[in-house]
Design a protein around this ligand. Structure first.
Ligand code: SF4
Length: 225
């Protein structure tokens, strides 16, 4: 769909999103459970139907639909898009050839291939303990280190309260000095206002970047924007 990037270093940029199905994690508070939760394991308790939620499309058709939006930036998100990275390569190269910048949103647990890395910029969002995932699944040091050295990579941590920043600080040892962004965990405007305000001073004190969730502020918890 055509929209604006709602989070992180490209906040507010006119763009189109490609959302891929499937994820190798299952965060309890995930705001896109319809991309992977076929059993109702997440907070929503809903078992989504993959036959209704997933639509296979040839990459050339995806590229044509994206070009029709006439946007300068394409954001590939999920789920976890790097689970399908080999299949993404022709689409990413085609978008580059038509002058599009491309960003991939990833949870940082999958090693990026050179073919993908040379075509995109990564927004990496490693998950904290409050995701409900054990550390051994959500933190993959080799993948984080590989992503950290790529040009333009930004790390974006979803935080619920200022105490979460201590956990982020621990993880910076894997990030090689790449920029850190803190984003409030929020699925409604009220939650966004409250959590952003609670985090602001502590993020500034750490010398990190702070991002809102612009799509929540503008449209609330609506799907498809
Ligand atoms: S990694 Fe992202 S898409 Fe996957 S379950 Fe967690 S929040 Fe949802």
């Amino acid at each position: 769909m055509r929209t604006v990037q709602g989070e992180g270093p490209s906040l507010g940029r006119h763009c189109a999103f490609v959302r891929l199905g499937g994820c190798n994690l299952g965060c309890t508070w995930c705001d896109t459970p319809y991309t992977w939760d076929w059993t109702g394991a997440g907070d929503s308790g809903t078992a989504w139907d993959p036959r209704a939620e997933l639509h296979a499309m040839p990459w050339r058709d995806v590229a044509e639909r994206l070009r029709a939006f006439r946007v300068p930036l394409v954001v590939v998100s999920g789920g976890e898009p790097l689970n399908q990275q080999r299949r993404l390569v022709p689409l990413l190269r085609d978008l580059n050839a038509s002058g599009h910048a491309v960003e991939i949103e990833t949870n940082g647990t999958v090693m990026p291939s050179p073919e993908v890395s040379e075509t995109v910029r990564f927004n990496v969002s490693p998950k904290l303990a409050h995701s409900g995932e054990p550390e051994g699944r959500r933190i993959v040091p080799d993948a984080l280190a590989a992503l950290a050295v790529l040009p333009g990579t930004a790390f974006k941590f979803v935080c619920q309260r200022p105490e979460d920043l201590d956990e982020v600080a621990e993880l910076t040892r894997y990030l090689g000095g790449a920029p850190v962004w803190i984003m409030p965990a929020a699925r409604s405007r009220d939650e966004l206002d409250r959590t952003l305000a609670s985090l602001g001073d502590a993020v500034v004190a750490r010398g990190w970047n702070l991002t809102t969730r612009l799509h929540i502020a503008v449209w609330g918890n609506r799907r498809g924007i």
